[in-house]
Design a protein around this ligand. Structure first.
Ligand code: AMP
Ligand code: FES
Ligand code: ZN
Ligand code: ZN
Length: 316
Protein backbone atom coordinates (compact mmCIF):
# COMPACT_ATOMS: atom_id res chain seq x y z
CA UNK A 1 0.00 0.00 0.00
CA UNK A 2 1.29 3.44 -0.95
CA UNK A 3 2.08 6.18 1.57
CA UNK A 4 -0.72 8.45 0.36
CA UNK A 5 -3.30 5.71 0.75
CA UNK A 6 -2.06 4.89 4.25
CA UNK A 7 -2.33 8.55 5.23
CA UNK A 8 -5.88 8.67 3.92
CA UNK A 9 -6.80 5.74 6.14
CA UNK A 10 -4.83 6.81 9.21
CA UNK A 11 -7.66 8.92 10.59
CA UNK A 12 -9.83 5.86 11.01
CA UNK A 13 -7.15 3.57 12.43
CA UNK A 14 -7.32 4.36 16.12
CA UNK A 15 -5.97 2.20 18.85
CA UNK A 16 -7.72 3.42 22.00
CA UNK A 17 -11.18 2.00 21.39
CA UNK A 18 -12.37 -1.58 21.87
CA UNK A 19 -13.91 -3.77 19.17
CA UNK A 20 -17.65 -3.72 19.74
CA UNK A 21 -17.84 -7.46 19.07
CA UNK A 22 -14.95 -9.06 20.97
CA UNK A 23 -13.72 -6.25 23.26
CA UNK A 24 -10.14 -6.54 21.98
CA UNK A 25 -8.22 -3.39 21.10
CA UNK A 26 -9.83 -1.94 17.95
CA UNK A 27 -7.90 -1.28 14.75
CA UNK A 28 -10.41 1.14 13.26
CA UNK A 29 -13.44 3.25 13.97
CA UNK A 30 -16.23 4.06 11.51
CA UNK A 31 -17.72 7.45 12.42
CA UNK A 32 -20.70 6.93 10.16
CA UNK A 33 -21.71 3.77 12.02
CA UNK A 34 -20.26 4.79 15.40
CA UNK A 35 -18.58 1.38 15.57
CA UNK A 36 -15.04 0.23 16.42
CA UNK A 37 -13.66 -3.03 15.03
CA UNK A 38 -10.64 -5.31 15.22
CA UNK A 39 -9.46 -6.62 11.83
CA UNK A 40 -11.35 -9.89 12.05
CA UNK A 41 -14.65 -8.35 13.01
CA UNK A 42 -14.40 -5.56 10.46
CA UNK A 43 -14.11 -8.17 7.68
CA UNK A 44 -16.99 -10.11 9.21
CA UNK A 45 -19.14 -6.94 9.42
CA UNK A 46 -18.34 -6.04 5.80
CA UNK A 47 -19.29 -9.46 4.44
CA UNK A 48 -22.50 -9.59 6.47
CA UNK A 49 -23.56 -6.10 5.39
CA UNK A 50 -22.80 -6.94 1.75
CA UNK A 51 -24.82 -10.16 1.84
CA UNK A 52 -27.74 -8.37 3.53
CA UNK A 53 -27.70 -5.65 0.85
CA UNK A 54 -27.69 -8.26 -1.96
CA UNK A 55 -30.72 -9.95 -0.36
CA UNK A 56 -32.56 -6.74 0.60
CA UNK A 57 -32.47 -5.48 -3.01
CA UNK A 58 -33.00 -8.91 -4.62
CA UNK A 59 -29.77 -8.49 -6.60
CA UNK A 60 -28.96 -12.18 -7.19
CA UNK A 61 -28.88 -15.56 -5.51
CA UNK A 62 -26.28 -18.29 -5.18
CA UNK A 63 -27.77 -19.91 -8.32
CA UNK A 64 -26.94 -16.88 -10.48
CA UNK A 65 -23.78 -16.66 -12.59
CA UNK A 66 -22.34 -13.27 -11.70
CA UNK A 67 -19.92 -11.39 -13.96
CA UNK A 68 -17.92 -8.95 -11.81
CA UNK A 69 -16.59 -6.03 -13.86
CA UNK A 70 -13.14 -5.39 -12.41
CA UNK A 71 -11.07 -2.28 -13.05
CA UNK A 72 -8.11 -3.26 -10.84
CA UNK A 73 -9.25 -0.73 -8.22
CA UNK A 74 -10.08 -1.32 -4.55
CA UNK A 75 -13.86 -1.39 -5.00
CA UNK A 76 -14.28 -3.96 -7.74
CA UNK A 77 -11.51 -6.28 -6.49
CA UNK A 78 -12.95 -6.14 -2.95
CA UNK A 79 -16.36 -6.96 -4.40
CA UNK A 80 -15.04 -9.97 -6.32
CA UNK A 81 -13.12 -11.23 -3.26
CA UNK A 82 -16.12 -10.76 -0.94
CA UNK A 83 -18.59 -12.45 -3.32
CA UNK A 84 -16.34 -15.51 -3.53
CA UNK A 85 -16.00 -15.61 0.26
CA UNK A 86 -19.79 -15.46 0.53
CA UNK A 87 -20.09 -18.48 -1.77
CA UNK A 88 -21.45 -16.80 -4.93
CA UNK A 89 -20.54 -17.97 -8.45
CA UNK A 90 -18.55 -14.98 -9.63
CA UNK A 91 -16.09 -14.61 -12.53
CA UNK A 92 -14.24 -11.41 -13.43
CA UNK A 93 -14.20 -9.24 -16.55
CA UNK A 94 -11.50 -6.69 -17.30
CA UNK A 95 -11.72 -4.32 -20.27
CA UNK A 96 -8.29 -3.15 -21.37
CA UNK A 97 -8.93 0.42 -22.51
CA UNK A 98 -5.42 0.82 -23.92
CA UNK A 99 -4.61 3.85 -21.75
CA UNK A 100 -0.84 3.24 -21.60
CA UNK A 101 0.74 2.29 -18.29
CA UNK A 102 -2.49 2.89 -16.39
CA UNK A 103 -4.30 0.10 -18.29
CA UNK A 104 -1.30 -2.22 -18.23
CA UNK A 105 -0.90 -1.96 -14.47
CA UNK A 106 -4.63 -2.41 -13.88
CA UNK A 107 -4.71 -5.48 -16.09
CA UNK A 108 -1.68 -7.01 -14.37
CA UNK A 109 -3.25 -6.53 -10.92
CA UNK A 110 -6.52 -8.15 -12.06
CA UNK A 111 -4.61 -11.07 -13.60
CA UNK A 112 -2.51 -11.56 -10.46
CA UNK A 113 -5.61 -11.34 -8.24
CA UNK A 114 -7.40 -14.02 -10.30
CA UNK A 115 -4.35 -16.28 -10.56
CA UNK A 116 -3.60 -16.19 -6.83
CA UNK A 117 -7.18 -17.29 -6.04
CA UNK A 118 -7.70 -19.68 -8.96
CA UNK A 119 -10.55 -17.54 -10.40
CA UNK A 120 -11.68 -17.09 -13.99
CA UNK A 121 -11.00 -13.69 -15.54
CA UNK A 122 -12.18 -12.63 -19.01
CA UNK A 123 -10.14 -9.92 -20.71
CA UNK A 124 -11.25 -7.81 -23.66
CA UNK A 125 -8.88 -5.49 -25.50
CA UNK A 126 -10.79 -2.44 -26.66
CA UNK A 127 -8.07 -1.73 -29.25
CA UNK A 128 -8.82 -5.07 -30.95
CA UNK A 129 -12.60 -4.62 -30.81
CA UNK A 130 -12.94 -1.02 -31.94
CA UNK A 131 -10.09 1.34 -30.91
CA UNK A 132 -8.27 2.34 -27.73
CA UNK A 133 -9.57 5.27 -25.64
CA UNK A 134 -6.62 7.52 -26.66
CA UNK A 135 -7.31 6.70 -30.36
CA UNK A 136 -11.00 7.57 -29.95
CA UNK A 137 -10.05 10.69 -28.01
CA UNK A 138 -8.20 11.99 -31.06
CA UNK A 139 -11.42 12.08 -33.13
CA UNK A 140 -14.23 12.67 -30.61
CA UNK A 141 -14.96 16.09 -29.09
CA UNK A 142 -16.86 14.73 -26.05
CA UNK A 143 -15.00 14.07 -22.77
CA UNK A 144 -13.32 10.63 -22.78
CA UNK A 145 -15.42 9.45 -19.81
CA UNK A 146 -18.65 9.68 -21.79
CA UNK A 147 -17.75 7.26 -24.64
CA UNK A 148 -15.59 5.21 -22.30
CA UNK A 149 -18.61 4.58 -20.05
CA UNK A 150 -20.78 3.73 -23.07
CA UNK A 151 -18.20 1.26 -24.41
CA UNK A 152 -17.73 -0.41 -21.03
CA UNK A 153 -21.49 -0.88 -20.58
CA UNK A 154 -21.81 -2.21 -24.16
CA UNK A 155 -19.05 -4.82 -23.85
CA UNK A 156 -20.11 -5.86 -20.33
CA UNK A 157 -23.61 -6.60 -21.61
CA UNK A 158 -22.38 -8.32 -24.77
CA UNK A 159 -19.88 -10.58 -23.02
CA UNK A 160 -22.33 -11.45 -20.23
CA UNK A 161 -24.91 -12.55 -22.83
CA UNK A 162 -22.40 -14.43 -24.99
CA UNK A 163 -21.05 -16.37 -22.01
CA UNK A 164 -24.36 -17.00 -20.25
CA UNK A 165 -23.97 -14.80 -17.15
CA UNK A 166 -27.26 -13.88 -15.50
CA UNK A 167 -26.13 -10.70 -13.77
CA UNK A 168 -23.37 -8.07 -14.07
CA UNK A 169 -21.97 -6.58 -10.85
CA UNK A 170 -19.94 -3.37 -10.74
CA UNK A 171 -17.95 -1.86 -7.87
CA UNK A 172 -19.73 1.53 -7.70
CA UNK A 173 -19.56 2.73 -4.10
CA UNK A 174 -21.52 5.20 -1.96
CA UNK A 175 -19.20 8.08 -2.90
CA UNK A 176 -19.79 7.39 -6.62
CA UNK A 177 -23.53 6.96 -6.28
CA UNK A 178 -24.16 9.94 -4.02
CA UNK A 179 -22.01 12.18 -6.27
CA UNK A 180 -23.93 10.99 -9.36
CA UNK A 181 -27.21 11.66 -7.56
CA UNK A 182 -25.99 15.11 -6.54
CA UNK A 183 -24.98 15.89 -10.12
CA UNK A 184 -28.30 14.63 -11.52
CA UNK A 185 -30.18 16.83 -9.05
CA UNK A 186 -28.04 19.92 -9.65
CA UNK A 187 -28.76 19.52 -13.38
CA UNK A 188 -32.33 18.20 -12.88
CA UNK A 189 -31.46 15.37 -15.18
CA UNK A 190 -34.80 13.59 -14.89
CA UNK A 191 -34.00 10.80 -17.34
CA UNK A 192 -30.95 9.76 -15.33
CA UNK A 193 -32.75 10.19 -12.01
CA UNK A 194 -35.43 7.78 -13.18
CA UNK A 195 -32.79 5.19 -13.93
CA UNK A 196 -30.54 5.75 -10.91
CA UNK A 197 -30.81 2.58 -8.90
CA UNK A 198 -28.58 -0.13 -7.40
CA UNK A 199 -30.48 -2.69 -9.53
CA UNK A 200 -31.26 -2.29 -13.23
CA UNK A 201 -33.67 -4.96 -14.37
CA UNK A 202 -32.66 -7.25 -17.24
CA UNK A 203 -34.70 -8.13 -20.32
CA UNK A 204 -35.06 -6.90 -23.90
CA UNK A 205 -31.44 -7.72 -24.65
CA UNK A 206 -30.06 -6.39 -21.37
CA UNK A 207 -28.50 -8.48 -18.62
CA UNK A 208 -29.47 -7.34 -15.09
CA UNK A 209 -26.92 -4.88 -13.61
CA UNK A 210 -26.30 -4.44 -9.91
CA UNK A 211 -24.13 -2.31 -7.63
CA UNK A 212 -23.76 -4.39 -4.45
CA UNK A 213 -21.28 -1.95 -2.85
CA UNK A 214 -23.51 1.10 -3.04
CA UNK A 215 -23.84 1.29 0.76
CA UNK A 216 -20.05 1.18 1.35
CA UNK A 217 -17.88 4.26 1.18
CA UNK A 218 -14.64 4.36 -0.77
CA UNK A 219 -12.77 4.23 2.57
CA UNK A 220 -14.67 1.17 3.76
CA UNK A 221 -13.79 -0.67 0.54
CA UNK A 222 -10.16 0.45 0.78
CA UNK A 223 -10.09 -0.89 4.35
CA UNK A 224 -11.54 -4.22 3.24
CA UNK A 225 -8.94 -4.47 0.45
CA UNK A 226 -6.08 -3.45 2.75
CA UNK A 227 -7.09 -5.82 5.58
CA UNK A 228 -7.60 -8.68 3.11
CA UNK A 229 -4.19 -8.20 1.50
CA UNK A 230 -5.58 -7.21 -1.91
CA UNK A 231 -3.16 -5.33 -4.14
CA UNK A 232 -5.00 -2.70 -6.16
CA UNK A 233 -4.25 0.16 -8.52
CA UNK A 234 -4.32 3.51 -6.72
CA UNK A 235 -3.79 5.84 -9.65
CA UNK A 236 -6.84 7.50 -11.17
CA UNK A 237 -7.45 7.29 -14.91
CA UNK A 238 -5.37 10.11 -16.50
CA UNK A 239 -8.50 11.30 -18.37
CA UNK A 240 -10.60 11.73 -15.22
CA UNK A 241 -8.85 14.99 -14.27
CA UNK A 242 -11.21 17.93 -14.02
CA UNK A 243 -14.35 15.76 -14.04
CA UNK A 244 -17.31 17.38 -12.25
CA UNK A 245 -17.86 14.24 -10.20
CA UNK A 246 -14.59 14.91 -8.35
CA UNK A 247 -15.91 18.32 -7.20
CA UNK A 248 -19.24 16.83 -6.13
CA UNK A 249 -17.43 14.12 -4.17
CA UNK A 250 -15.41 16.81 -2.36
CA UNK A 251 -18.53 18.76 -1.40
CA UNK A 252 -20.31 15.66 -0.12
CA UNK A 253 -17.23 14.60 1.84
CA UNK A 254 -17.17 18.00 3.58
CA UNK A 255 -20.81 17.53 4.59
CA UNK A 256 -20.04 13.98 5.72
CA UNK A 257 -17.21 15.19 7.91
CA UNK A 258 -19.50 17.65 9.67
CA UNK A 259 -22.34 15.19 9.93
CA UNK A 260 -21.32 11.52 9.55
CA UNK A 261 -23.92 9.45 7.72
CA UNK A 262 -25.00 12.25 5.35
CA UNK A 263 -24.03 10.46 2.13
CA UNK A 264 -25.85 7.27 3.03
CA UNK A 265 -28.96 9.16 4.21
CA UNK A 266 -28.96 11.30 1.05
CA UNK A 267 -28.84 8.26 -1.23
CA UNK A 268 -31.12 5.93 0.77
CA UNK A 269 -33.78 8.63 1.21
CA UNK A 270 -33.69 9.25 -2.54
CA UNK A 271 -34.39 5.53 -3.12
CA UNK A 272 -37.10 5.37 -0.47
CA UNK A 273 -38.87 8.73 -0.80
CA UNK A 274 -38.18 10.12 -4.25
CA UNK A 275 -37.54 7.35 -6.73
CA UNK A 276 -40.96 5.68 -6.34
CA UNK A 277 -42.54 9.00 -7.40
CA UNK A 278 -40.54 9.20 -10.62
CA UNK A 279 -41.95 6.15 -12.45
CA UNK A 280 -39.51 5.23 -15.23
CA UNK A 281 -40.70 5.90 -18.79
CA UNK A 282 -41.12 2.98 -21.21
CA UNK A 283 -38.37 3.05 -23.84
CA UNK A 284 -38.99 1.56 -27.26
CA UNK A 285 -36.02 -0.71 -27.83
CA UNK A 286 -35.01 -2.62 -30.94
CA UNK A 287 -31.97 -4.63 -32.06
CA UNK A 288 -29.12 -2.66 -33.62
CA UNK A 289 -29.04 -3.41 -37.35
CA UNK A 290 -25.29 -3.94 -37.30
CA UNK A 291 -24.56 -5.78 -34.05
CA UNK A 292 -27.92 -6.85 -32.61
CA UNK A 293 -27.47 -5.12 -29.24
CA UNK A 294 -30.52 -3.24 -27.86
CA UNK A 295 -30.86 0.39 -28.94
CA UNK A 296 -33.45 3.11 -29.53
CA UNK A 297 -32.19 3.94 -33.05
CA UNK A 298 -31.35 1.86 -36.12
CA UNK A 299 -27.71 1.72 -35.11
CA UNK A 300 -26.50 1.60 -31.51
CA UNK A 301 -24.12 4.30 -30.25
CA UNK A 302 -21.11 1.97 -30.44
CA UNK A 303 -21.78 1.06 -34.08
CA UNK A 304 -22.20 4.77 -34.88
CA UNK A 305 -18.88 5.46 -33.20
CA UNK A 306 -17.33 2.64 -35.24
CA UNK A 307 -18.65 4.24 -38.43
CA UNK A 308 -17.16 7.63 -37.48
CA UNK A 309 -13.81 5.98 -36.75
CA UNK A 310 -13.85 4.10 -40.09
CA UNK A 311 -14.74 7.19 -42.13
CA UNK A 312 -11.96 9.08 -40.36
CA UNK A 313 -9.43 6.39 -41.25
CA UNK A 314 -10.62 6.33 -44.91
CA UNK A 315 -10.41 10.11 -45.26
CA UNK A 316 -6.89 10.39 -43.81
P1 AMP B 1 -15.46 3.91 -12.63
O1 AMP B 1 -16.49 4.31 -13.63
O2 AMP B 1 -14.07 3.89 -13.16
O3 AMP B 1 -15.62 4.56 -11.31
O4 AMP B 1 -15.77 2.36 -12.36
C1 AMP B 1 -16.98 1.92 -11.84
C2 AMP B 1 -17.04 0.42 -11.95
O5 AMP B 1 -17.03 0.03 -13.32
C3 AMP B 1 -15.85 -0.31 -11.34
O6 AMP B 1 -16.02 -0.50 -9.96
C4 AMP B 1 -15.86 -1.60 -12.11
O7 AMP B 1 -16.84 -2.48 -11.60
C5 AMP B 1 -16.29 -1.16 -13.50
N1 AMP B 1 -15.11 -0.88 -14.36
C6 AMP B 1 -14.43 0.30 -14.46
N2 AMP B 1 -13.41 0.18 -15.34
C7 AMP B 1 -13.44 -1.08 -15.80
C8 AMP B 1 -12.65 -1.83 -16.73
N3 AMP B 1 -11.62 -1.28 -17.36
N4 AMP B 1 -12.97 -3.12 -16.95
C9 AMP B 1 -14.02 -3.69 -16.33
N5 AMP B 1 -14.80 -3.04 -15.45
C10 AMP B 1 -14.53 -1.77 -15.18
FE1 FES C 1 -12.60 5.70 -19.04
FE2 FES C 1 -10.85 7.05 -17.86
S1 FES C 1 -11.53 5.10 -17.29
S2 FES C 1 -11.80 7.58 -19.66
ZN1 ZN D 1 -13.18 -7.97 17.37
ZN1 ZN E 1 -24.58 -1.89 -32.72
Amino acid sequence: MHKAQKEKLRDIFIGMRRCFKCGKRASLYLFQHRAAFCREHYLEWYLKRLDETIKEFGMFSREDRVLVAVSGGKDSLSLWDALKKLGYKADGFYIDLGIGEYSEKSRRLCEEFAKARGLKLHILHLGLEIATIPQIKSIEKRPACSYCGQLKRYYMNKLAKDKGYTVIATGHNLDDESATLFSNIINWNMEYLERQSPVLKGGEGFVRKVKPLFKFTEKENALYAFLSGIDFVEEECPFSEGANSIEYKKILSQLEERSPGTKLRFYMDFLRKCRPLLGAKEIDLRACQACGEPTIAELCSVCKLRQRLNSRILSS
